[in-house]
Design a protein around this ligand. Structure first.
Ligand SMILES: O=C(O)CCC(=O)C(=O)O
Ligand SMILES: [Fe+2]
Length: 413
C-alpha cells in the first residue's frame, strides 16, 4: 500500500518546528499513530485509484496525510475524533473517506437547517459537477470573459488563464477558475450573471445539493473542533450558518497540460482565506509544504475521498491552535502531466460580518494567546473585507502585499 493510503502520520511530514508567520506555527508534536486498517475496509488500493486516468507515479514525494472516515466520525468513534483534532492542529490537511458515510436513521445528529450529511451523495454530486465544469470551461473565451466580475469588485464568476498572479513579481498563473456563490444558489442573495448552462434549473439544483452536503460536513468538523477547543456550545457553527450571508463558494479550477520543459505553477503558494475547504481532486498537482519541511509534497488524489483543509479564519479565531498550511498547484506528475487537470472546491467562510479575531470563552485559546505573549490584536477586519482583499490581491494588477494571509515568512516570494 502506498504511503498516502495509510493512516500513519510519517515523520517525514512532521519534522522541525515551522518558522513563524503572524501566528507563530507551533512545533508540531510527533504523533506516532499506529498503523490501522484503512477506514473503508478496502482490501486493495484499486478502490482508491481512478482507473480511467493515467497513473499517479509512485516515485514522487507524497504527503502522508491522515485518512479519516466520515462514517467513524458520524458514529462518534473517539479515536477518529482524536485523529481529526490532531490533523487539524498538526498539518491542517487530511483525507476524508466519504464512502458509506451517512447518519443512520436512529442517529439524532444535529444538522444545520437543510444541510444533508451524506458522503455517498456528495461523491455523486462531485462526479456530476466535474462534468458540468467541463461544459463551463469549453464555452468560447469571449463568452466566459463576460462573467469575469472583477471590475465590479466581485470574485465570483470567471477568472481566465493568466488573469491571476502567483508571486510578488507578477508572474501570471496558469489556470482558469469559475466561482459560484452559495448565497446565489440558495436564494439568499440576488442571482449573479452566469452562462446559460449555469442558469439551467437542473444544474442549479445539483450545485445547491453539493453546497448543502459540503456545508453539512463542514458543520460536523466545526462541531468537533468547537468541543475540542472547549468553546461555548455551537460557537463555531453559529459563525458559519448555511443560510447566513457569506462568501462560501464552489470553485472549479482547470489547467491545461504544459509544454515539455515549461513548468509554470498553475496556482501559487497560498493558504486558504476562509475556515474549511473541501476539495475533490482526480489528477495530482496539489502540493503542500509540510510543517518544518522545505520539500513540497504531492497530495495523491484518492477515489472516494475528499481532501479537507483548514483556512486562515480558523487560525485567527484560535490564536494559531488550528493550522492552515501552505499549498500550491503544479503540473500533474509523470504521465498525468499530459492531461487537463480539473478540481472542484467548496470554500466555507465565516459569515460576512464576522470579525476575524481571537474567540472568547475557551481556556485553551486564552492559554495559547498568553503563551504568545498576548500579542496586540491585528487589525479588526470582517470576513467579507478579508476575503475580498485576499482574492483581489491575487488578480493581475492587484495589490500583492494586501493579498497575504497568515502564512507569514513561510512564503518564499
Ligand atoms: O486545485 C487544487 O487542487 C487546489 C486549489 C486550491 O488550493 C484553491 O483553489 O485554493
Ligand atoms: Fe487553496
Amino acid at each position: 500500500m502506498s504511503q498516502t493510503a495509510t493512516s500513519q502520520l510519517g515523520t517525514s511530514a512532521i519534522a522541525a518546528p515551522a518558522s513563524g508567520g503572524s501566528y507563530p506555527a507551533p512545533a508540531p508534536e510527533l504523533h506516532h499513530l499506529k498503523q490501522e486498517p484503512s477506514p473503508g475496509g478496502d482490501q486493495n488500493t484499486d478502490d482508491l485509484t481512478f482507473q480511467d486516468l493515467p497513473p499517479f507515479p509512485d516515485d514522487v514525494p507524497t504527503a502522508p496525510l491522515l485518512r479519516l472516515s466520515l462514517k467513524k466520525l458520524l458514529n462518534r468513534d473517539p479515536e477518529e475524533e482524536s485523529n481529526l483534532w490532531r490533523a487539524c492542529c498538526d498539518v491542517g490537511f487530511f483525507y476524508l473517506d466519504l464512502r458509506d458515510g451517512s447518519p443512520s436513521k436512529r442517529d439524532s445528529f444535529h444538522e444545520d437547517g437543510d444541510g444533508e450529511l451524506n458522503g455517498d451523495g456528495l461523491l455523486k454530486d462531485a462526479e456530476a459537477l466535474f462534468q458540468l465544469g467541463e461544459k463551463v470551461f469549453t464555452l468560447p473565451d469571449e463568452e466566459k470573459l463576460k462573467y469575469d466580475m472583477k471590475d465590479q469588485g466581485s470574485y465570483f464568476g470567471y477568472k481566465g488563464l493568466g488573469a491571476g498572479v502567483i508571486d510578488s513579481k507578477g508572474t501570471r498563473d496558469r489556470n482558469e477558475f469559475y466561482n459560484t456563490s452559495k448565497d446565489d444558489l440558495l436564494g439568499i442573495s440576488k442571482r449573479l450573471l452566469a452562462p446559460p448552462v449555469l442558469q439551467d434549473e437542473g444544474n442549479r439544483t445539483l450545485l445547491k445539493s453539493y453546497m448543502q452536503r459540503s456545508h453539512a460536513i463542514v458543520s460536523l468538523i466545526l462541531g468537533q473542533l468547537n468541543t475540542q477547543l472547549g468553546l461555548p456550545a455551537e460557537t463555531l457553527q453559529s459563525l458559519h450558518r448555511l443560510r447566513g450571508k457569506s462568501g462560501d463558494q464552489v470553485r472549479w479550477v482547470r489547467a491545461p497540460p504544459q509544454q515539455m520543459g515549461e513548468q509554470i505553477k498553475a496556482l501559487g503558494e497560498h493558504t486558504d482565506f476562509g475556515s474549511v475547504t473541501i476539495l475533490f481532486n482526480r489528477l495530482g498537482g496539489l502540493q503542500i509544504l509540510p510543517p518544518g519541511s522545505d520539500e513540497w509534497c504531492y497530495v495523491k488524489p484518492l477515489k472516494g475521498h475528499c481532501v479537507v483543509n483548514m483556512g486562515d479564519a480558523l487560525v485567527k479565531f484560535t490564536s494559531g491552535i488550528l493550522r492552515s498550511n501552505i499549498h500550491r498547484v503544479v503540473s500533474p506528475p509523470g504521465q498525468q502531466g499530459n492531461s487537463t487537470r480539473m478540481s472542484l472546491v467548496y470554500f466555507a467562510r465565516p459569515e460576512d460580518e464576522v470579525v476575524l479575531k481571537v474567540l472568547q470563552g475557551s481556556e485553551m485559546i486564552d492559554e495559547k494567546w498568553r503563551q504568545q505573549g498576548s500579542p496586540v490584536e491585528e487589525e479588526q477586519i470582517t470576513a467579507k473585507e478579508w476575503i475580498l482583499r485576499r482574492a483581489m490581491g491575487r488578480r493581475a494588477g492587484g495589490d500583492w502585499a494586501k493579498g497575504g494571509g497568515t502564512e507569514g515568512d513561510r512564503m518564499k516570494q
